[in-house]
Write a protein that binds this ligand. Structure first.
Ligand code: GLN
Length: 486
């Protein structure tokens, strides 16, 4: 079981500055942690490279907060010289020639990459069970899901392998698993962090995102990875901020809102009680708590709108996965491009991916376009306009990040729910609007964690950290590591 790496980045940094530990100690221990991988969290690793980098670090200065700290990255970040598969068979053996911008920025700050983590194939899905490496299970109860798609990043952080893991968030892929693993999971404002080198799933929704053990660490990471990148034309040219200052100086805003329909519909009594208790504790602290009537028909539209837009974008973005440019070559005497592609894709993709590509292609067919894709885009506009209306008078939206225990793996079903519950999809709001959104631990249900989620106005990432830090003080839940995976 890990010791050092189960601490926060900030506390490890202090030890490095005082020379109580070295970067090499941290990296050696992180490697040992990774070698014992009880939940199936890891893809390719780069231990030798990491040891080499660590042994070159002889001194860490006060302002070099990330130097010498090990981390892991979800397997959809392009990493130069290190196999990157997005946990898909179709990318087996693919070794990128370049680093994603997030990776190079962390490396420039002296962080040390140890390896890659498992994910739901191509970042589609929310269970952590569709990787080509099999199921990634929940470290709190191995019979249950870890959540996804950033499953391995959540479990490896929860298990204390390293103090930072990178994920990505298109619908809630960091913020939901953060809830199931008692972690801080943050999705920045869309455009605040470059997506260059992050394999696209649905680029209008995709965001580099990550897990840490506490809110201050999360703020430091945003300061390190944000800022304009000429390699990503959608990255913002706005000046970046010192996000950690919002935490340290307690620069929080005052108005916390909740949706009436959400609060009224929380079925689990423990989650409901904890959520209501949090709202009243915030009120005691001087926050104004505001009930808001967000239109129910738009809440019910979240899931279908998300599915159409994300699958349509995914279909078009993954058109390059044809078996020719990347991945293993299909066998047989395949004469035409389409025979070749059909064979590669039939073998390369799991059923979930195939189904989503069918939905995406179907909604983009010219005869269906206006009824499906264009309609979903109009629904998105209404969803975001109404969210912005909320933010005209309220500073934060607070929702539970999950509404029940993580599901039993044996009880997962592949059939589509005909009446999806909007509570399960509420965090997609942050992707539709591009808003910063953070999940942090709130409590436990029979020893299984659940979290609470804060969404703020776009580019007010700092204020989200500030409220999160206040909540962290109220709950007292931070720096949590699973003691022993059952
Ligand atoms: N669960 C969502 C999905 O199935 C989220 C995925 C994500 O954020 N990458 O697509």
């Amino acid at each position: 079981m890990s010791k050092l790496n189960s601490k926060s980045i900030v506390s490890l940094h202090k030890k490095l500055v005082k020379k109580e530990i070295t970067a090499l100690d941290l990296v050696k221990e992180a490697i040992e942690n990774c070698k014992h991988d009880p939940c199936n969290s890891l893809e390719a690793t780069c231990y030798d490279e990491a040891l080499k980098k660590a042994s070159k670090i002889t001194e860490v200065k006060e302002d070099e907060i990330l130097k010498g700290i090990p981390y892991l990255a979800k397997d959809n970040y392009s990493t130069k010289g290190l196999e990157t598969t997005a946990s898909s068979n179709i990318l087996n053996g693919y070794v990128p020639l370049y680093d994603a911008t997030v990776i190079s920025r962390l490396n420039q700050k002296g962080m040390i990459l140890i390896g890659k983590t498992t994910m739901d194939e191509l970042a589609m899905g929310g269970t952590g069970t569709t990787s080509h490496k099999g199921v990634t299970c929940n470290p709190y109860d191995k019979t249950r899901i870890a959540g996804g798609s950033s499953c391995g990043s959540a479990t490896s952080l929860a298990l204390g392998f390293v103090p930072l893991t990178l994920g990505s968030d298109t619908g809630d892929s960091v913020r939901k698993p953060a809830s199931y693993n008692s972690l801080v999971g943050f999705k920045p404002t869309w455009g605040r962090v470059s997506r260059y080198g992050l394999f696209p799933f649905a680029p209008s929704l995709d965001c580099p995102a990550y897990f840490t053990r506490n809110v201050l660490d999360s703020a430091y990471i945003l300061s390190a990875i944000s800022g304009h990148d000429s390699k990503d034309m959608s990255s913002s040219t706005r000046k970046k901020d010192n996000y950690e200052k919002y935490v340290k100086e307690n620069r929080t805003l005052n108005k916390v809102g909740y949706f009436k329909a959400v609060k009224d519909n929380i079925k689990n009594p423990i989650i409901k009680a904890k959520y209501e208790e949090l709202l009243s504790k915030l009120e005691e602290k001087g926050y104004e708590i505001i009930e808001y009537d967000y239109p129910l028909e738009l809440l019910n539209a979240l899931y279908p709108t998300y599915m159409i837009i994300s699958c349509a974008e995914a279909t078009s973005n993954n058109a390059n996965l044809d078996g020719i440019r990347f991945g293993p070559k299909p066998d047989g005497d395949l004469k035409t491009y389409s025979d070749y592609m059909i064979e590669a894709r039939t073998k390369g993709f799991s059923d979930l991916i195939k189904r989503r590509f069918v939905i995406g292609s179907f909604s983009l067919l010219s005869e269906n376009m206006s009824e499906m894709f264009s309609r979903a885009q109009k629904a998105r506009r209404l969803i975001v306009d109404n969210l912005n209306l909320f933010f005209d008078s309220i500073d934060y939206l607070l929702v539970p990040a999950s509404y029940d225990k993580p599901k039993k793996i044996s009880e997962l079903s592949t059939s589509w729910s005909t009446k999806p519950d909007y509570l399960d999809n509420i965090m997609t709001l942050g992707n539709f609007g591009g808003n910063p959104s953070l999940t942090l631990p709130l409590g436990y249900l029979d020893n299984l964690p659940f979290g609470v989620n804060i969404t703020g106005r776009i580019f007010e990432d700092g204020y989200v950290f500030a409220l999160a830090s206040e909540i962290e003080k109220i709950t007292g839940l931070k720096d949590i590591v699973v003691k022993e995976a059952k």
